[in-house]
Ligand binder design. Sequence first.
Ligand code: 5AD
Ligand code: SF4
Length: 446
Amino acid sequence: MTSHTPLLYIETYGCQMNVNDSEVVASLMCGQGYAMCSAAESADLVLVNTCSIRENAEQRVWGRLAELRALKRKKPQLMLGVIGCMAERLKEQLLEKEQSVDVVVGPDAYRDLPNLVSMAKAGQKGVNVELLREETYAEIEPVRYNSNGVSAFVSIMRGCNNACSYCVVPYTRGAERSRNTQSILREVQALISGGYKEVTLLGQNVDSYRALAEDENGKTETCNFARLLDQVALLSPQLRVRFSTSHPKDMSNEVLHVMAQHRNICKSIHLPAQSGSTRVLELMHRKYTREEYLERIAAIRSILPACSISTDLIAGFCTETEDDHRQTLSLMREVGYDFAFMFMYSERPNTKAARRYKDDVPEEVKMRRLNEIIALQSELSLKAKLPYVGKALEVLAEGFSKKSNEQLFGRTSQNMVVVFPRGSHSVGEYLTVTPTRCTSATLIAD
Ligand code: 5AD
Ligand code: SF4
């Protein structure tokens, strides 16, 4: 009998958290004898790790599932699984509408995957979408199968306890829980030993990280995010530390001071505003006003003068008026964001907003407002980069540029992308680059 190593292909949609979850899933499945492969066509098991954040994210997955159904017709022994947020939200529909789906597994049930795949092979659908209050996959060492060997995501918590009225995440990922501190430090240490140069600590709301940890004298005490960040930064001065996402209502000065103390904590903060209008923020249940948000920005500017600030913005939330929209534009100018993720509001079934408010901003108005936001951000992004042209910047080389193998790209501490001639440099190296020009997205050294 010839033995065949079963091949697993994972396709990931959505956020950085999902990227890291796929690495956890890879670890669990490789522990059961699977090996990773890089195309659905060559796989024995295809897992689609899905996102529900906006309707178009789900539409993309439905489209992809139709393609995979066709692949399965040609190759009937192929097992197909849907995992992640859509699995959690749409279990029934997935099983009904897409007969080709063999397993459906929610974000907290990945340990059950090997068992569910076995069930599916025996002819039964393998389904588990239970949300578990305790699950953090703390001791599982993610298999970073798509990695550049330089940067890695490290999950520090799961779930979310904020009840933003537009957001589906608390329903798909469950309640917030923090991962054990020692297991995080061990994972980062292993990454350092493996040659990694950068970690991004991930959580839906990193500022509410809270776990019990032992201090150097063996006494148990609470470790908050500031302390965790401090301990991670101390592991190696050669390791860059980033984190995402901060919440304006929770981001503390203590965290900002820890950032100021460590050269290796990158000076870049992602602080989603969502809207510049206090009235809309209240409907969104964000629990801060425009003024309170600006107070946090002022704290960043005073404690970390060279810090870049990025944000998320939603155009056309329920009841948003032209005046509310202008307040978003004016907030953007006032902060002078370096970068932004910008979205049209997409109503998600069963969220507070869907239950309580009417999605009453017409599609074309949403679109126009979004385009105005995008146009303004592109001006601001350019303006934020110009001061760096002609300056010597420390860059960590992260990979080859998309355009040419003769060019590398990397990022500055402020998270700005720099493209530069490869010369004798290699990926994973820190080097000094002086950009000669820039676009709104990239600094370029000729
Ligand atoms: N519609 C549009 N954008 C959304 N986001 C979250 N939920 C929605 C929604 N229903 C955006 C927010 C969040 C980011 C991850 O996605 O800006 O910060
Ligand atoms: Fe990530 Fe949210 Fe999408 Fe889930 S719904 S994958 S948490 S962005």
